[in-house]
Design a protein around this ligand. Structure first.
Ligand code: ADP
Ligand code: MG
Length: 762
């Protein structure tokens, strides 16, 4: 449909932002609101809290300090005034002139007297005056005003970017949304049954959009900011309801498909026992029991095995694989990195050597040479390989399995992967079972709702004899002591990891920084939205850390130390005489394998590495983990890295190094790391600080980026949505018309196809 204010060129730009139809624009919701009904009098402002202040421009200056230009703007309100300060503010010169009314939003600095109120780097908006059009005045002053993320694109060419950047500002968006809602009055499609809405006390979709973009005067502003008004909750609920409904359908469809009903008998139990290298923990026994119970069913297993780092997921997976193999099927294990795949391969071989049987195990990764790959593919295809371990190459190298019975996906949550595996089995073979392993400590209720189509097993217990890992935060200028400590541990026969955020130079355009854990680049053929998002995130790193934070009061960036440089430095300097090796994602597969093997065998003392060692690597004799630039890593990542030590019975240490100047958020993260080793606690904290999208890596999970919902904030609604979706799918409810039901199913098809692509329509 035609939207006022959107011509072909604007439409083009909106498309870049994923806004293609009018509905998308409606879903570009305000991210906060300013209460401009009754502007806060300056003398009533409490320092420290974010507030929106409206004042008249009294004057401005650009101060040229030695470090940087600082722009100061003075806003007045009767006898009172407030000073607003922007660092590097040259771009603001000539933007303001006396008499303008300006709204600023930010925190007021605590100061001794109300006479010199000050706001640092506030967001600002010049308010319309009498010369502006009436609509602008109506939308921007004297009301609760929505504030939008600008749609002005920094990705477009610089020329058009500048032009549209201004055009698709929050002001533009207000008008566009206003016009759109006006044009759609009485015509916004309802997507949920009236009875459901009434039961949950939620408004119609049209009212919800109106109330979210342009809240009525009486709306509770605090609730608005928390996205907790009925209008907002209605939009959130809708999104979650359709997510859960899709997951529910998926699960139902799966339960109807024929799968392999594996058999268990004494011979199998003997075979399993034969290879088990230690007494399993109670949690491992329970999880394995649940997995085997699933595998015996005649419909396909879809199970998530969740356990904190070091809880012993691998052996559980290997045993499940043996169940498949002993039943005459193939079992495949896919790991996110070559290093990990190689390690699993070596571990599986070592484990199965204990067996009297001669299991045939193969490794398939992207960087093997063509001949070897071809040979391995043939073994798999002819059914001569029973246990197949690999990376993404398993699905990219066009492998066709002979009789695939079980797929294990380690340390990753990409649903798309599961889908593609299905295509690789021979047509007449039943649907394979699937086990996904993750160390992401998703709170249980959230996991159940989020992975609606997976059953959950949890390893909530560590193997016996583990000692807590001593974690400390150390400054760069104390590095000497750190290297001394590494030397002393090596002297005791222990090994150490030293991790850097980049491979080489200080450029951030390096795979290890990619949060997707996909350093093998094996998915580079995909140019999907997630990739683009990752690229964007990577670009951002150039001036900031991973979280877009710039250290307070810091104007210069510290150069990044890299694995390659520090390997040179350490092995020739502070760690000279020790057996030091370098490991990163750009080494070829053989090299990586050799180094990992040598480290595992204790032939190396120190591994200087990037985050390629983040997941899964298991060398129990390693007791020291040093992470440089630790402020650049997320908590989930640090927790994973730390999980590389403390895997034996010796006392281990994790040393997190940073410069003296780090952001407040980084300080909080590091403090939390030092304080606790509990993955769930860290996950909760991380969720609070960053939002669930980042932590779960929803993009990698193949799960949608939500338009409205936020899994942490909206956990309760998610639970309700799950229950309602189950009900809806189970039985036609009295009071919900056939027409309404059909509408829901139609909408589901469209929504899942367009936004999520998770489920085949039907
Ligand atoms: P993760 O869950 O992080 O993948 P792993 O499967 O790599 O953990 O196991 C961590 C370490 O603990 C490995 O060295 C493994 O051999 C050991 N381990 C696992 N289960 C037990 C157990 N029941 N008793 C003793 N050691 C165990
Ligand atoms: Mg593991």
């Amino acid at each position: 449909m035609y939207v006022r204010g959107v011509g072909p060129r604007v439409a083009e730009l909106l498309k870049l932002r994923g806004i293609e139809i009018a509905e998308d624009l409606l879903y570009h919701l305000p991210f906060r609101y300013e209460d401009r009904r009754n502007p806060v009098p300056l003398d009533e402002i409490k320092p420290g809290e974010p507030v929106s202040v409206i004042g008249e421009v009294r004057g401005s200056t650009l101060l040229r300090t030695r470090k940087m230009p600082i722009f100061e703007l003075t806003l007045g309100q009767g006898r009172h005034a407030i000073k607003c300060v922007w660092f590097h503010g040259s771009y603001l010169v000539n933007r303001f002139h006396a008499g303008q009314t300006v709204a600023v939003f930010g925190r007021v600095e605590a100061s001794r007297s109300a006479a010199n109120l000050k706001m640092i780097q506030p967001q600002y908006e010049i308010l319309p005056d009498a010369s502006d059009d009436e609509l602008a005045r109506m939308l921007e002053v004297g009301r609760i005003t929505p504030v939008y993320e600008s749609l002005g694109s920094s990705q477009a060419s610089p020329k058009s970017g500048a032009q549209f950047g201004a055009k698709l500002s929050t002001k533009w968006m207000r008008k566009a949304a206003w016009h759109l809602l006006e044009d759609l009055r009485g015509r916004v499609d309802e997507t949920l049954p009236a009875k459901l809405l009434a039961r949950l006390d939620l408004p119609s979709r049209e009212l919800a959009f109106n109330g979210t973009h342009f809240p009525a005067d009486g709306t509770d502003v605090k609730a608005l900011q928390k996205f907790a008004t009925p209008a907002q909750r209605r939009l959130i609920f809708e999104e979650l309801f359709y997510l859960e409904l899709g997951l529910e359908l998926k699960r139902r469809r799966l339960k109807k498909q024929p799968g392999v009903a594996f058999e268990t008998n004494d011979a199998l139990r003997e075979a399993l026992k034969e290879v088990l290298p230690f007494k399993p923990t109670a949690a491992q026994k329970r999880a394995f029991g649940e997995i085997v119970a699933d595998m015996r069913q005649s419909h396909p297993m879809r199970r998530l095995l969740q356990g904190d780092v070091g809880s012993g997921k691998t052996i559980v997976a290997f045993e499940a694989m043996l169940v498949a193999v002993e039943n005459g099927y193939q079992a495949a294990l896919m790991a996110p990195t070559e290093i990990l795949a190689t390690q699993h391969y070596l571990a599986a071989r070592k484990l199965l050597e204990r067996s009297s049987k001669n299991y045939r195990i193969v490794l398939l990764t992207g960087s093997l040479d063509e001949d070897r790959k071809r040979h391995t593919r043939a073994l798999i295809n002819r059914g001569e390989a029973q246990i197949i371990i690999g990376t993404h190459a398993l699905i990219e190298e066009k492998v066709e399995f002979d009789k695939l019975g079980l797929i294990v996906v380690d340390e990753q949550h990409r649903f798309g992967v599961l889908q593609r595996f299905k295509l690789m089995k021979k047509p007449n073979v039943a649907e394979p079972d699937m086990l996904v392993m993750t160390a992401t400590p998703i709170p249980r209720t959230l996991a159940l709702s989020l992975y609606g189509d997976l059953d959950l097993s949890v390893l909530d217990e560590l193997p016996p004899g583990r000692m807590p890992i001593k974690t400390s935060h150390v400054f760069d200028d104390e590095a000497g002591k750190v290297w001394e400590f590494v030397r002393s541990e090596v002297k005791k026969g222990r090994q150490a990891y030293i991790v850097y955020p980049v491979i080489e130079g200080s450029s951030t355009d390096q795979p290890e920084l990619d949060f997707s854990h996909d350093e093998e680049k094996e998915t580079s053929a995909e140019t999907t939205a997630p990739k683009r998002a990752a690229t964007k995130a990577k670009k951002k790193l150039v001036d900031e850390n991973l979280f877009g934070e710039t250290p307070k009061n810091s104007t210069t960036r510290t150069a990044l130390k890299s694995a390659v440089d520090m390997y040179e430095h350490l092995s020739n300097g502070p760690l000279a005489g020790l057996r030091v090796a370098l490991l990163h994602g750009r080494l070829d597969a053989d090299r990586k394998e050799i180094i990992m093997r040598r480290f595992q065998r204790g032939e190396l003392d120190v591994l200087v590495a990037t985050t390629v060692i983040e997941v899964g690597v298991d060398v129990p004799n390693a007791t020291v983990m040093v992470v440089e630039h630790a402020d650049r890593f997320g908590m989930a990542q640090l927790h994973q890295l730390r999980g590389r030590v403390g895997r034996g019975t010796a006392e281990s240490s994790c040393i997190l190094m940073t410069g003296r100047k780090i952001t407040e958020q980084a300080e909080l993260r590091l403090e939390a790391m030092v304080r606790t080793q509990d993955g769930f606690e860290l996950a909760e904290l991380d969720l609070e600080m960053r939002g669930p999208g980042e932590f779960f890596g929803t993009r990698q999970a193949g799960l949608p980026d939500f338009r409205v919902a936020n899994l942490l904030r909206d956990r309760k609604l998610l639970e309700i949505a799950k229950i309602e979706a189950e009900n809806f799918a189970t039985k036609p409810e009295e009071g919900i018309s056939e027409q309404e039901r059909v509408r829901v199913w139609d909408r589901l098809k469209k929504a899942w196809q367009r936004k999520y692509g998770l489920v085949e329509a039907g």
